[in-house]
Every structure is written in structure tokens, then in C-alpha cells.
Design a protein around this ligand. Sequence first.
Ligand code: NAD
Length: 444
Amino acid sequence: MNITIVGTGYVGLVTGACFAETGLTVTCVDVDEMKISKLNRGEIPIFESGLKQLVERNTKMGRLFFKIQLKECINDSEAIFIAVGTPPDEDGSADLKYVLNVASEIGKYLDHYNVIITKSTVPIGTAEKVKETIKTELSKRDLDIKFDVASNPEFLKEGSAIEDFLKPDRIILGIETEEAEKILRKLYKPFLLNGHPILIMDIISAELTKYAANAMLANKISFMNDMANLCEIVGADINMVRKGIGSDPRIGSKFLYAGVGYGGSCFPKDVKALIKTADNLDCSLDILKAVDKVNNRQKLILLDKIRSHFKENLKDKKFGIWGLSFKPQTDDIREAPALSIIEKLIAEKAKIKVYDPAAMEECHKKLGNQIEYAKDQYEALIDADAMLLVTEWSEFRNPNFRVIEKLMKNKLIFDGRNIYEPSEMMEYGFTYYSIGRKTVFPKS
Ligand code: NAD
């Protein structure tokens, strides 16, 4: 079977490579000519563990192709996945222009039955808009070609995208016809041998399921961050509270970590888009509005702690920052808390030196020479007034504090991910701020 994936970003490239791995012939299309040239040279434009080998193997076997023009592959295809971006519009709603551009391209070139699947995260009603757009283009060509639309939201996580795609918890399929169901079941069968379910539903429910899932996860994070702030006031420890509530199976222990808020290309925009969708229907999602508000506050929580520690302006203070990506194992800095913090520190004329194992290039593209870039994590701390830990990469978990104390001007750490033990920091003689736990000071 030949399939086409339109949009070759985090989702499209992983989807294409994983489908090719099952033996299908897959063409990934993208309007970004540079990205496609890179891929055709064997270079992978994103940092994602295992992706390079997967792409290499499948291109070598003649199963995975990269093209700029959709019209070059549509004739052989049986299914077309739309995996382009759905960034936030000015009012917070999802901007559908990329999705609908693809739909109109499909309508211009479609010449036989295909199922057109939205894999991008799209608001309720988008599949219907995709259908109408394709129909309009077909009628301009005086054609009445049969096609189906379907919704197949993606749940992969950057950092473990390949594993998530190959062994999904569940596949959600919003479909309208038996023909579409047959094709999609066939495509996904190899990934479901572990017995995980394929959930067939109507298209609107499938579209909403993706938003509801991200909203629920964002909800957990903001709830824990709210609790963490209360912990600090009353002298409780959020890690103890987390363990205490997480052992209740009705709550579960995952995704209950307090920190500097959620970022990335999905949660912030999807929470806002769902709020907007509901607002437009006169349905106020009050919990979700609070989730968003708490997260905006939490992204700057380290800055509040820094300001109250120094009790003076931060001009010329030097900060060594560990971690830029919105989470470990990715180079994605979209909506990353590190960026919110850095932008504020720049505005206060502080001096900043950063280190991240994967996201230095992406950060440089965004911030240029407004900050300095260290060649390793220790260099970022030379003469620093304080260290800020923003992303919990594993190589930051067990650093040599004896080296660090010699490099820094002050023995001062602001840990936005609670990865160090307060008692140990006290032993080492650091002043140590974390999230939802007591601040510790050096033993006098
Ligand atoms: P991305 O920005 O990495 O990639 C999108 C790609 O689409 C870009 O390469 C862009 O050049 C391309 N594109 C735009 N218009 C095009 C067109 N007309 N024809 C061909 N290509 C076009 O985005 P992403 O992170 O892969 O996300 C894609 C969608 O999947 C979004 O809706 C997102 O919310 C959703 N999603 C993302 C993740 C994630 O972890 N990144 C997870 C699940 C769902």
C-alpha cells in the first residue's frame, strides 16, 4: 500500500518513518524545501532518539521518500495523512490555514479514491471543513471523485516519539465509512499486536478526545503547581504530597510533578484553543481557564524567587542556565519555560550563559547573541551569581558539586524541577531554592 504524509515535522516524519517500517511505501511531503533537501541527503532536521536509524533504514530499502510536491505522489496513494502545524491564532484558536491549504491541494490533484486523515491536532468540525474544501476544488475541476475524511489524532511525546508510535496506548479513529475503517485498521494493525485498543468513534468525538487528553494532562500539572505554592507557604513538601496522593489508584502517580510549568508545541496552544472553541459555543471551560492562568504564573516562578533573593535589581547579575528545551530528550523550545525566564532576565539586563544538550542551535536561532552559549554545563556556571536548573536532562541529575562550587561566584541554585535533595545541597553549602519544598541555606 502507498500512503502520503503531508507535513514532515515532529509528527509527520515520525509517522512516515514508522509506517514505512511496517513495509508500506510512504512519501512524506513538506513545503519547506530546505527540510526536504536535508532529508534527501540523510540529515534529520529534528532531535529525536532513534529517528535517524529508522529513516536511514527505510529510505535505503526504498520504502520512504521525501518530496516537495503533493501532486507527484497523490496518484499512487490510498491514504493521505495531514500532519501540518496548527499554531495558535491571535485570539488563541487553532489557525487552520495550513490544514486547509493542504485540503485544497488535495482537491486540486485527487484522481481516485483516498481516505484523507487529519493527524494534526484540530478543533471540532475541521474534518468537515477539510471535506468541503476538497469538494470545492473537485467541483472546480468538474469531477465527482469519491473520498472519505477521517480523524486520527496523534498522542506521541517528543523524546519518546518512536516508541510511542510503534507501541501506542491506543489508536483513536474518527470515521464515517466502512471503507475508511478498513484502510485505517489495516494501516495500524502492526502496531496493535500488543493488544492495545483501536477505538472507533465518530469524527467529532475523535477531534475532541485529543484536546481533552492534553487538557487533562495540563490540568494535572497546574494542580500540582498550585499545591506546590501552598506547600511553600505552610512548610509542607510537595514530593511527599505527590507520593501520598499518587498511591491512590484513582489518582495515579504519573504526571504529578511540580515545576516551572508546562511548555512545548502542544499543551499551551491546545489548552487555549479548547477554551476558545468552547467560548465560541457559549460554554465557559472555567477549570481550563484556571489551568492556563496558573501555568502562566508558574513559568516565571523562578524569577519571583530570584527577585526576592537578591532584593535588588538584576542588572549585570550573572546567571548560568541548565536546560532550554521544554522537556528533556528534545531540541524543541516552543513555549519553553526557559525562554520565558531568559526573556525577562534579558529585559532586566542580567547576564546569561546557557547550556542544553540538544537545544543550543534552536535557542541561538531565536535569541542570537543576546545571551552566551556554553560548550558544556560547567562552563555555563563560571563566575555565576546563581545557577538555574530549568530542564531536567539526566546529565544534570548528578553533577559534581565540588567543581560547581569552585566555578560559581555564589553558591546559589534555583531548581525549577526539584532534581536535587535539599539536605544534600545544605551539606554542600549551597543556598537552594526549589518548587514546593523548603528553601535550604548552608549549615552555619
Ligand atoms: P511541525 O511544525 O514540526 O511540522 C509541521 C510541518 O508542516 C512543517 O515542516 C511545515 O513546513 C509543514 N507544512 C506546513 N504547511 C504545509 C503544506 N501546505 N504542505 C506541506 N507541508 C506543510 O509540527 P508538529 O510538531 O509535527 O505538529 C503537527 C501537528 O501535530 C500539530 O497540529 C500538533 O499540534 C500536532 N501534534 C504534535 C505533537 C508533538 O509532540 N509535536 C504531538 C501530537 C500532535
